[in-house]
Design a protein around this ligand. Structure first.
Ligand code: PXL
Length: 279
């Protein structure tokens, strides 16, 4: 059966993130994708000055109501950067109203990185996002988001195994089911992704080679590829791995070009994604 995904995140018109990367990546995975733009910005907020920001909060319930009338529903709803606290409540309504009964709720809390909240977010947004965790099937936080959401110290380098476990247990206490925790750095030269699977109640860490480059938009590329793989029938663990290989390749394709500071050349890595997905 043809799987249909809805992604709810902003359109940053320039800058290779959110909806503008999710669509081509899910398309490359062969997955039909509908969008709900949370906001429209001239660029993303990570390094540009004077960007425009049109909040689309008021439009989202109307789009949903129309879809309900049309009988439109989805196999997965995957959320990224949201434009207001109110949109978090709306996402919970989307989960209730337009997700198929066995549909998957994937939440990337896209609100912070490198120890800091993105421009425009505050602790009240974090508190609201904490509430969304209990309504989701899979969450995809980076280490900064994990620290903020679980009220833990944010440790970006050399985390101990206890620290990783503690974060995962705190997420479980918040109602999280499956957890994909990005940015684990507890092995020299490696970048890890910790996977907690609710079914088996187990934690596993998958590692790739660490590339010394802070790249913007990689979380969005990761979440889109992960969702695409899952929709194509890959297991959680396989989807984590294929998405990680894709993002590593995208960073490698970008690392030598200093003028490309605002995003990654994910287009050049799509062949790797398609190859790994079809293995
Ligand atoms: O990549 C996450 C992201 C998405 N959308 C907007 C952003 C950011 C990160 O800064 O600013 C608008």
């Amino acid at each position: 059966m043809n799987k249909k995904v809805l992604t709810v995140q902003d359109i940053s018109c320039f800058g290779q993130c959110s909806t503008t990367v999710a669509l081509p990546i899910l398309c490359a995975c062969g997955v039909e994708t509908a969008i709900m733009p949370s906001a429209i910005l001239s660029t993303h907020t990570g390094g540009f000055n004077g960007f425009t920001f049109r909040d689309l909060t008021e439009d989202l319930p109307k789009i949903m109501e129309h879809w309900v009338k049309e009988g439109i529903s989805f196999d997965a709803i995957y959320t990224g950067y949201l434009g207001s606290k109110r949109q978090i409540e709306i996402v919970i309504d989307l989960f209730k109203n337009i997700l198929k009964s066995n549909g998957i709720r994937i939440v990337d809390p896209a609100m912070a990185d490198n120890g800091k909240l993105y421009t425009g977010f505050d602790t009240s947004f974090v508190n609201e996002m904490r509430n969304l965790i209990g309504f989701s099937d899979i969450i995809l936080p980076n280490m900064t988001e994990a620290g903020l959401l679980t009220d833990s110290e944010i440790i970006l380098e050399n985390q101990t195994d206890e620290y990783i476990k503690d974060i995962i247990y705190k997420f479980k206490a918040l109602g999280a089911k499956n957890i994909v925790l990005k940015g684990v750095k507890n092995v020299e030269g490696k970048l890890g992704i910790a996977i907690y699977e609710a079914d088996t109640d187990s934690i596993d860490i998958f590692y790739t080679d660490r590339i010394k480059k802070d790249a913007h938009g990689t979380g969005d590329c990761y979440a889109a590829a992960f969702t695409g793989c899952l929709m194509q029938g890959k297991s959680l663990g396989e989807a984590v791995k294929v998405a990680a290989e894709f993002v590593s390749e995208a960073i490698l394709k970008t690392v030598d070009d200093e003028s490309h500071w605002y995003g990654v050349k994910f287009e050049k890595a799509l062949p790797v994604l398609i190859r790994e997905l079809n293995k």
